[in-house]
Design a protein around this ligand. Structure first.
Ligand code: ADP
Length: 334
């Protein structure tokens, strides 16, 4: 269990993390979501005792990280995939970590196998690709068989096979009853991996909820309907629902579920050829959250924000702008 209470970090005028309170529970993967600059890394660094909070507390398993006698056995962390001595081999890196944390040497071979680096165990880490460094970072995190895993952007640099592998690993770790907190800006991946979400923007908490509740709360349920009597159906549904054409020959209905649409069609003698509930995605839900405020849409500009914006709207504006920047950066670095 990770408990964050009133956690705040200021760098001069900048509030990197602002009165953040949330709990990360065992047995599930919790996704830590927010755009670049939202304060994710700063939060994780404070949980791991690498940054001192301006105020507030963060504990892991009931203790501040630094109070754990053998931290690698309490928490496995992946923060910076580049943090190895380039002249050291992968195996030597892990052996040194094991020795300094009282972890048996045999764990080194076990974790190298777990992350698929056995064949390059005696290669210098300086020759590793980003994906291999990520895997080595994960191996280090798993070394102490810790009940808590904290991973900052663990999918960065992984190829598609690596991403699938990482997803399986996270899910397996959670199924074993561990607490898993992972940040990622890759929403489609996070959606597939995480059960729970902590969403922050501008250092403040925006949502702390299950993945399904988050998607439900910030997206409208749509149902795709096809019928040879589309116009009649449309007239029947419109008093209760919003209906639009989907660009082919279907209707997209918002405001009624599939069962209700089916019942209304049956009662009216309308033939249906398709009735498909559409699953909203995390990305859509997140984008809808950023569109929640009409004020935001009408007043936001590239250059500034209106003084009439609410605090929440400012978060949202920041998220959307930073998300755009983040995407542009990601595109450029490809
Ligand atoms: P994220 O991980 O969500 O991208 P960060 O935690 O890295 O966000 O950054 C949050 C904010 O704090 C940003 O505005 C960033 O510029 C600022 N920040 C982070 N570290 C420092 C630092 N050492 N000194 C000054 N500002 C910092």
């Amino acid at each position: 269990m990770i408990e964050v209470r009133g956690l705040t970090k200021r760098y001069g005028e900048v509030s990197a993390v602002d009165d953040l309170t949330f709990t990360v529970r065992p047995g599930e993967v919790t996704g830590f979501l927010g755009p670049n600059g939202a304060g994710k890394s700063t939060t994780l660094r404070m949980i791991l005792g690498l940054d001192a909070p301006t105020s507030g507390t963060a504990t892991v398993g009931g203790l501040p990280y630094a109070a754990h006698p053998a931290p690698l056995r309490a928490v496995g962390a992946l923060l910076d995939a580049g943090a190895f001595l380039p002249s050291r081999t992968a195996r030597d890196h892990l052996l040194a970590l094991a020795a300094s944390n009282g972890i048996p040497r045999r764990r080194v071979a076990e974790v190298l196998a777990e992350v698929g680096l056995e064949s390059v165990a005696r290669r210098r880490t300086g020759t590793f690709s980003l994906g291999m460094r990520q895997r080595l970072g994960i191996a280090a995190a798993l070394l102490g068989d810790p009940p808590v895993l904290i991973l900052d952007e663990p999918l960065n640099g992984l190829d598609p096979e690596g991403i699938v592998w990482m997803r399986g690993l996270m899910r397996r770790m959670a199924a074993q009853g561990r607490t898993v907190l992972m940040s990622s800006h890759l929403m489609s991946e996070l959606e597939l991996t995480a059960d729970h979400l902590v969403v922050i923007g501008r250092g403040r908490l925006i949502a702390d909820t299950s993945m399904t509740a988050f998607i439900d709360a910030h997206s409208s349920r749509e149902v795709l309907v096809r019928s040879p009597q589309a116009q009649t159906l449309c007239r029947m549904l419109e008093p209760a629902a919003e209906v639009r054409e989907d660009g082919t020959d279907g209707l997209v209905v918002t405001g009624l579920d599939a069962a209700r649409i089916g019942a209304l069609a049956a009662a009216g003698g309308v033939e249906l050829h398709e009735l498909t509930p559409r699953q909203a995605s995390l990305e859509q839900a997140f984008m809808n959250l950023t569109r929640d405020s009409v004020q935001y849409r009408t007043e936001s500009t590239e250059h500034g924000r209106s003084t009439e914006h609410t605090g929440r709207t400012e978060h949202i504006e920041h998220i959307e702008r930073a998300d755009r920047t983040d995407r542009a950066q990601k595109e450029m670095s490809r």
